[in-house]
Write a protein that binds this ligand. Structure first.
Ligand SMILES: N[C@@H](CCC(=O)N[C@@H](CS)C(=O)NCC(=O)O)C(=O)O
Length: 253
């Protein structure tokens, strides 16, 4: 039984970074409230939100801390570590501190935060949202994303559980899943990665992941597997204008 009392409030949108947290909360079976943030309306830049995340990005989370006062969490990696530390006392998706597996999970968590997320995010930007097609930038970030998928593929090919670390699904898998599920949007094919494909389905088959991936609204990234480049480019047009406006506003700060 989870002993800590939860007062968790998650502020999120339907993105690869956002669903990490709802999937984790569902896997842990911890109750939480959700406020849907529509990032295309820049709610994440409003003063009340910046009090929770001064960086103006989702996901963000608040809770009542062990001392009885509110605590804020931002950066998905930090949020995941907090939730595991406080609420995964049974080590459902983590390993106890001081074990080798604990540190190996940490390796992959930081690898996702510093590598997979930022590189694939830039692949998305240059392949889908940039006002002009700069081939060098598209190649650079798509190749880097593909290289990182190869790193995961190699790790998974050696795994007896089919998960990234040890004998179970951990926060390392949950952190990476939404990004790999969004491979088509980044313009990177998973065809050459059989272990990664199998892992994608294995994680997807988990009931907690299935519930969590649809927070705060339906997860549709996997449907891109059946779309053409032209269809995805057309869809990206809706977001492109917002990305350009946000960049122009940020440049003035
Ligand atoms: N490193 C951050 C990245 C967060 C992030 O980039 N969030 C995006 C959605 S996935 C966002 O809020 N974008 C809104 C904006 O750029 O204004 C994390 O892991 O939490």
């Amino acid at each position: 039984m989870t002993e800590a009392k939860s007062d968790i409030h998650l502020y999120t949108d339907q993105t690869a970074n956002g669903i990490k947290i709802s999937m984790l909360l569902e896997e842990l079976g911890v109750p939480y409230k959700v406020t849907a943030i529509d990032i295309s309306k820049n709610t994440q830049k409003e003063p009340w939100f910046l009090e929770i995340n001064p960086n103006g990005r989702i996901p963000a989370l608040t809770d009542t801390f062990t001392d009885g006062s509110p605590i804020r969490l931002f950066e998905s990696g930090s949020i995941m570590q907090y939730l595991v530390d406080r609420y995964d006392t049974e080590h459902k998706v983590s390993y106890p501190r001081g074990t080798r597996e604990y540190w190996e999970v940490n390796n992959w968590l930081f690898w996702q935060m510093g590598g997979l997320g930022p590189m694939q995010g830039q692949a998305n930007h240059f392949a889908r949202y940039a006002p002009e097609k700069i081939q060098y930038a598209i190649d650079r970030y798509q190749n880097e994303t593909r290289r990182l998928y190869r790193v995961m593929e190699t790790q998974l090919s050696k795994s007896t559980s089919g998960y990234l670390v040890g004998d179970k699904c951990t926060v390392a898998d949950l952190a990476c899943w939404g990004w790999v599920a969004g491979s088509n949007w980044a313009g990177v094919s998973l065809d050459d990665f059989p272990h990664l494909n199998a892992w994608l389905d294995r994680v997807l088959a988990r009931p907690g992941v299935e519930r969590g991936r649809h927070v705060p609204k339906k997860h549709t990234a996997l449907e891109n597997r059946h779309k053409t480049e032209e269809e995805m480019d057309k869809e990206a047009g809706k977001t492109r204008a917002w990305v350009q406006q946000s960049m122009a506003a940020d440049a003035k700060k």
